[in-house]
Design a protein around this ligand. Structure first.
Ligand SMILES: N[C@@H](Cc1ccc(O)cc1)C(=O)O
Length: 537
């Protein structure tokens, strides 16, 4: 490598980043020597495609002559609400190490120059423990909590371990002997905390480099709860295809588009690695405009906005690009040893032993004869994408996530009443135990509940309170819901839904009710956008 000037090194180190804290410090070090930098990752869930963003930066750091440490933060993995159970964390650390090496190798980064360090290899020493306790004695509970807010899982009864987490991440900078720490902008609060707290116990303040976050495929925000919003680095080609085909990518919509964001944050930066010029091609038949190659992301975005690039063609191109990227990683893992490691790190869940039916506290009457709301499995669900039914412009066909990876197709006659834009990526209430039925040729496997005004001029979907996830339950006080894990499928001939829904209504306050009971969720009652008084079907 021809020698680079400090300014050139600085530019390579910081390109494509979202934010840099401590620019002057980095520059003054580069004027004298190469930078020591580390990136830490806690071996929790299976790494997804977003990891490529960090990997391209590691390639940049290497190109700029940095000394790089990759910290496999095994202790952090269980400090964070046991995201990795104690008995699995060792295997997960091995799995992460292998996967990161495979991923780096797949994009042409030599891994022999990187130092891999396991957190537990130095975080259990007396020296580290003492430093940790010193830091604890200077940190308020409030500051520790704030620092971890975007990284540590937030729960109702926070554990002490989650409060120690940010401080230990700060200490790692000292104990790994680095000048700078690199991570996603989600780490920002921890980084700022580290800058404040290391000097408070007599250590040097470090610089911080932050990359952009990759949004999920399903919608504007990355959410592990939205089934299929993430693609695993070892995902099979057909699953990549399936997930991308379901991804939210509306024609002309460039603001909420996980697929475009992925091209922007991953594929383009990857293309420009090692001084290459990026290019991203969309192959399509002449009839649809022929092949196009983009060398600048913004050109693609403009064409998509102007509807010159169709979502289907974009998805196809991204699917191919992703499968090309993942090919070498799959190959790396395609041997008995790593297959076994994968199984040890993420054991396939054993089929649950069916618990004996718990006696319900309801009268012993034959449960299947009672016709009330307990017969319905009503859940919070998320519409991932909706489109107009080709055969019937009054209907929408939606892909609906009903929780736990249960994604269904639903036909609903709402197109006259609800704009298509309001049908995208939103929470709804879905009845999930109706027998699937064909509507205008399409099999529909759930029903979206909507309220309507007495004259039917206004129809609105039921709107669960914010913060819920697909699969969360709708409950009615005093009615034990049918077994939600394997609810009875209602036979349409028995008209159970029809009979029960006669008792549904929209209250004068605009709340959804069964008799006088709210549709309750753990975040409060279900309401409607504007409708007050009406029916629900
Ligand atoms: N906080 C990082 C993991 C990490 C842990 C310890 C560190 O020192 C650095 C990074 C994450 O969210 O994945």
């Amino acid at each position: 490598m021809a020698s680079l000037t400090p300014a050139e090194k600085y530019n390579i180190i910081t390109r494509n980043l979202q934010e840099v804290l401590g620019k002057e410090q980095i520059e003054s070090i580069l004027a004298e020597r190469d930078l020591n930098i580390y990136w830490g990752t806690a071996p929790t869930g299976k790494p997804h495609l977003g990891y490529f963003v960090a990997m391209t930066k590691i390639a940049d750091f290497l190109q700029a002559g940095c000394h790089i440490t990759i910290l496999i933060a095994d202790i952090h993995a269980f400090l964070d609400n046991m995201k990795a159970p104690m008995e699995l964390v060792g295997k997960r650390a091995e799995y992460y190490t292998q996967l990161i090496k495979a991923t780096l190798t797949s994009i042409g980064v030599p891994t022999d120059k990187l130092k891999f360090v396991l957190g537990s290899s130095y975080q259990l020493t007396a020296e580290y423990s003492l430093a940790n306790l010193k830091l604890c004695s200077k940190t308020t509970e409030r500051d520790a909590k704030k620092a971890g807010a975007e990284v540590v899982k937030q729960v109702d009864a926070p554990l002490l371990s989650g409060l120690i987490y940010p401080g230990m991440q700060a200490l790692d900078e000292e104990f790994l002997g680095v000048d700078a720490q690199f991570g996603g902008v989600d780490q920002r609060k921890i980084f700022v905390f580290a800058e404040k707290m290391l000097p408070a116990i007599g250590y040097k303040k470090r610089s911080h480099l932050m990359n952009v976050m990759v949004p999920g495929l399903a919608g504007p925000k990355m959410s592990s709860s939205v089934a299929d919003s993430k693609i695993d680095l070892l995902e099979a080609p057909e699953d990549v295809k399936r997930k991308l085909s379901k991804a939210f990518c509306e024609e002309g919509n460039i603001t909420e588009n996980g697929v475009l964001s992925f091209v922007k944050t991953v594929l383009f930066p990857l293309g420009s690695m090692n001084g290459k010029s990026p290019s991203f091609s969309i192959l399509r038949s002449e009839k649809f405009g022929g092949d196009v190659t983009y060398t600048v992301y913004e050109d693609l975005e403009n064409d998509f906005r102007d509807k010159k690039v169709h979502p289907g063609d974009l998805k196809k191109a991204v699917t191919d690009a992703v499968n090309n990227l993942l090919g070498p990683i799959r190959k790396w893992f395609d041997n008995d040893e790593l297959r076994q490691l994968t199984e040890d790190a993420y054991p396939t869940p054993k089929p649950e032993v069916k618990a004996k039916p718990v006696k319900s506290n309801k009268p012993a009457a034959n449960a299947s004869l009672t016709v009330d709301v307990s017969r319905l499995d009503i859940r919070v669900a998320r519409i991932l994408e909706a489109k107009v039914h080709e055969a019937n412009p009054n209907s929408y066909i939606s892909t609906v996530d009903c929780g736990n990876g249960d994604v269904r197709t639903v036909v609903s006659g709402l197109a006259k009443y609800i704009p298509l834009a309001e049908m995208q990526n939103r929470l709804v209430c879905a009845v999930c135990n109706l027998k699937p039925g064909k509507f205008q040729g399409v099999l529909s496997s759930a029903m979206l509940l909507a309220g309507s005004s007495p004259d039917d001029s206004i129809v609105e979907l039921l709107q669960p309170p914010a913060g819920l996830e697909a699969g969360d339950l709708i409950e009615f006080e005093g009615f034990a819901q049918a077994d939600r894990s394997s609810p009875e499928k209602l036979n349409p001939k028995h008209l159970i839904f029809e009979k029960v829904s006669e008792e549904f209504k929209v209250s004068p306050e605009g709340l959804a009710q069964y008799k006088d009971l709210q549709f309750s969720t753990k975040n409060g009652p279900v309401g409607l956008k504007s409708l007050k008084e009406g029916r629900i079907r």
